[in-house]
Design a protein around this ligand. Sequence first.
Ligand code: COA
Length: 259
Amino acid sequence: MAFKYINFKKREGIAWVQFNRPEKLNALNPDVLRDLEKAVVICEEDDDIKVVVLHGNEKAFVAGADIENMAKGDIKFAYELTDLTMRVQERIADLPKPTIAAISGYALGGGCEMALCCDFRIAAENALLGQPEITLGIIPGGGGTQRLTRLVGLGPATELILKGEMIKADRAERIGLVSKVVPLDHLEAEAKALASKLMERPAMALRAAKTAIRKGINTSLKEGLHIEQDLFCMLFGTEDQKEGMAAFLEKRRPIFKGK
Ligand code: COA
């Protein structure tokens, strides 16, 4: 599959999906989004891919939606752009395998929002994150007001969105926007180590956990508890549940098959 704005590599169960529009700091326009969607579809369909890592380059994860593309847009344009963005983002958020955003450099606006669709966000020390849309006369339109608030809470999200300032990686870690900060030259190894750990886990349980968390947060507690119950009970029909519990009782490491 040929991409213009994405580098796609598959290595040892990990799909490395790299934004590749360096001359514009990986700013997202419809062509980049469509390339990203194609990459995500491969990740959905290829059973050899167990974990997906989204990343950019040293200077930028993604510096936001393409402002040049948006500058002359009208209301109809904005609906079309956000429809496309939402479609791609939901595909990422709903991927039935774990996703990691490995962030170096700028992760602004649509870039920060793309990282918010992943299950994990790890950052290099040089990362700068934020939702600067307000400084352009708009608000986040790729889920920032919703996913960021659900992740870090009302106070930090309101501050980031209303002030529109960038924050450094260490502050992002303190507010829970990223889970770990590492030196830039360790970022790839850190993402790989996390992916390897996740690959040791039973794939169906990972998928069920992800579904329970993501569906549950968008519903009432009561409904969420029922979603959890159904998925918990479903796992008792899997080979990996038998193996996981047998291995515990036999004091050995489990060998999961993803069945
Ligand atoms: N949309 C379109 N182009 C962008 C962009 C964006 N979001 N972010 C960066 N670029 C382009 C710049 O226009 C420049 O292109 P040019 O060389 O053709 O002029 C190129 O990427 C390099 O960016 P530059 O601004 O020269 O780099 P910098 O290191 O001086 O500054 C930023 C980096 C991220 C601080 C600055 O580019 C910026 O503020 N970008 C916009 C961030 C933003 O508001 N994102 C949210 C959009 S909703």
